[in-house]
Design a protein around this ligand. Structure first.
Ligand code: HEC
Ligand code: HEC
Length: 375
C-alpha cells in the first residue's frame, strides 16, 4: 500500500505543477521584450550606428581626452562598472553605481532618479558631467574636427560641414538603441517555448508574480513600472571613510540645489528629491529593469547589495533602513520565503539574462593636422 500511496502523491504533485505550465502559464503582468522605440527625429541608419559606436568607445568626448563612455560602461562588466560606486573623472569618484546601458533604450527616464528624458540628452550630460566626462562642448567639437574619419562620417550621416557635438550625442543614442536583448530564456518562454525555463525557474516565476510580490513594481516587458520607491537600501558605506567620495557627495548635494541645512546634515542620497524637491521623495529611486542583471553586480543605486541572492534575501527580510525611513514604501514587507524558494527566485532572475553582449572594440580614428586651405 505505502509505495502506491507515495506514487499517487508524487504523480499528483507532478500533475499540478505540469498543469500550471502545460497550459502555458504566462502571467499577464509580464511579457517578452520587443524592439525598442525609435524617436522620429533620430532615425536609425547603419552609418549612424557605426559612428555612434566609435564615439561611445572614443575618449575624445571628455575633458581630458581620456574618459570614454566605455570606461564606465565596460562591455565585459555588464556594460557598467562592477564596483559599488563608479569611479569618476580623475580627482573624483562618481557618487552612484554605474548602470548598464543594455536595454536603456526602453526607459522613459534615464538615471537612477530619472533625471534625464532621452538617450540623446543623457549622452550630453554624461559627456559634460563634472564627475563623468567633464567635457566642454566647444572643445569636444574642435577635437572631432581634427579627425578626418569623423569629418567624413558626420558629413555623410548628418550633412555637417564640421562635426557637431549635438549630432555626436544623437549617434551615440542610436548606437545604444542597438544594445538590447530580446531573446533571453524568459523571452523564449513567454513566446511559447515551454522548455526555455527550468522547473526551478518556473517555480521562481510563480513566486515572482505570487508570494514574493515582485511583480507589483517589476512588471511589463522591461520588468519595471518605472515608478520611484524607497526600499530602505542602506547608505553607501564608503562615505564613512573615503574623503574623495565624501567630497563628491557634498559637491552633488550643492550642485543639485539642496538647502543649507540639508547640505550640512544629509548623509545619504536623496534620489528623486533632487528633481521634485518634495520631502516625500527623499530616498526614492527608479525601479530598474531586471534584465541583464546576471552581469551587472553589485546592485542598487549605490551598489550596496552584492549578489542576486543577497537582493532576494534583502526583500525576504522586508527591505532595509536608511536616513529617509519615513518614506519607505509599505509594499515591501517580510516575505517568509524558504531557502529553496529563495533559490528558485534567483534562478528565475537569471533567466532574464541571455548571453553576454561582447562586441569587438571598434577601431578609433585619430586626430590629424587639418588640410591646408586650397585656393
Ligand atoms: C565616469 C564614469 C561614467 C562615464 C564616463 C559615463 N557614464 Fe554613464 N553612467 C555612469 C553612472 C555612475 C551612471 C548612473 C548615474 C546616476 O544615476 O546618477 C550612469 C548612467 C548612464 C545611463 C543611464 C542608464 C539607465 O538605466 O538609466 C546611460 C544611458 C549612460 N550612463 C550612458 C553613458 C554615455 C553615452 C556616456 C558617454 C557619453 C557615459 N554614460 C559616460 C557612469 C559613467
Ligand atoms: C515597491 C516596489 C518594488 C518591489 C515590490 C520589488 N522591487 Fe526590486 N527594486 C525596486 C526599486 C525601487 C529598486 C532600486 C532601489 C534602489 O536602488 O534604491 C529595485 C531594485 C531591484 C534589483 C537590483 C537591480 C539593479 O540593477 O541593481 C533587483 C535584482 C530587484 N529589485 C529584484 C526584485 C525582486 C526579486 C523582487 C521581489 C522579491 C522585487 N525586486 C520587489 C522596486 C521594487
Amino acid at each position: 500500500m505505502t509505495p502506491i500511496k507515495t506514487i499517487t502523491a508524487a504523480a499528483l504533485t507532478v500533475t499540478i505543477t505540469g498543469m500550471a505550465f502545460a497550459d502555458g502559464h504566462r502571467p499577464a503582468e509580464l511579457a517578452a521584450l520587443g524592439p525598442p522605440p525609435i524617436p522620429a527625429d533620430n532615425p536609425m541608419t547603419p552609418e549612424k550606428i557605426a559612428l555612434g559606436e566609435m564615439l561611445f568607445f572614443d575618449p575624445i568626448l571628455s575633458g581630458n581626452n581620456n574618459m570614454p563612455c566605455s570606461a564606465c560602461h565596460r562591455p565585459e562588466a555588464g556594460w557598467a562598472v562592477q564596483d559599488k560606486i563608479s569611479f569618476g573623472y580623475p580627482g573624483t569618484t562618481h557618487w552612484r553605481n554605474s548602470q548598464s546601458v543594455v536595454n536603456s533604450a526602453y526607459y522613459g527616464k534615464l538615471f537612477w532618479a530619472g533625471s534625464s528624458g532621452s538617450l540623446e540628452k543623457q549622452a550630453r550630460s554624461a559627456a559634460r558631467g563634472g564627475v563623468a566626462g567633464n567635457g566642454e562642448d566647444d572643445m569636444m567639437e574642435a577635437r572631432l574636427a581634427f579627425v578626418p574619419e569623423y569629418r567624413e562620417a558626420f558629413r555623410e550621416v548628418f550633412g555637417d560641414d564640421w562635426p557637431s557635438v549635438r549630432h555626436a550625442y544623437m549617434a551615440i543614442a542610436a548606437y545604444q538603441r542597438t544594445l538590447v536583448q530580446t531573446d533571453t530564456p524568459f523571452d523564449e518562454y513567454m513566446r511559447g517555448d515551454d522548455d526555455a525555463l527550468t522547473d526551478a525557474q518556473k517555480r521562481g516565476l510563480d513566486l515572482f508574480t505570487g508570494k514574493a510580490n515582485c511583480v507589483t513594481c517589476h512588471n511589463g516587458p522591461l520588468l519595471t513600472n518605472q515608478a520611484y520607491y524607497n526600499l530602505g537600501v542602506p547608505p553607501y558605506d564608503g562615505w564613512e571613510d573615503d574623503p574623495i567620495a565624501q567630497i563628491t557627495f557634498r559637491f552633488e548635494l550643492f550642485a543639485k540645489g539642496s538647502t543649507e541645512e540639508m547640505y550640512r546634515t544629509t548623509k545619504d542620497d536623496p534620489g528623486l528629491y533632487f528633481r521634485t524637491k518634495q520631502k516625500a521623495d527623499k530616498g526614492k529611486f527608479r525601479v530598474p529593469s531586471l534584465r541583464y542583471t546576471a552581469y551587472t553586480f553589485p546592485y542598487m543605486h549605490n551598489g550596496m547589495i552584492e549578489t542576486l541572492r543577497d537582493v532576494v534575501v534583502f526583500y525576504n527580510e522586508g527591505g532595509g533602513e536608511n536616513e529617509f525611513a519615513e518614506n519607505k514604501t509599505g509594499i515591501i514587507q517580510p516575505l517568509g520565503l524558504s531557502d529553496g524558494e529563495i533559490d528558485d527566485l534567483v534562478a528565475f532572475l537569471e533567466s532574464l539574462s541571455g548571453d553576454e553582449i561582447l562586441p569587438d572594440d571598434p577601431e578609433i580614428p585619430v586626430m590629424q593636422p587639418l588640410p591646408m586651405a586650397q585656393n
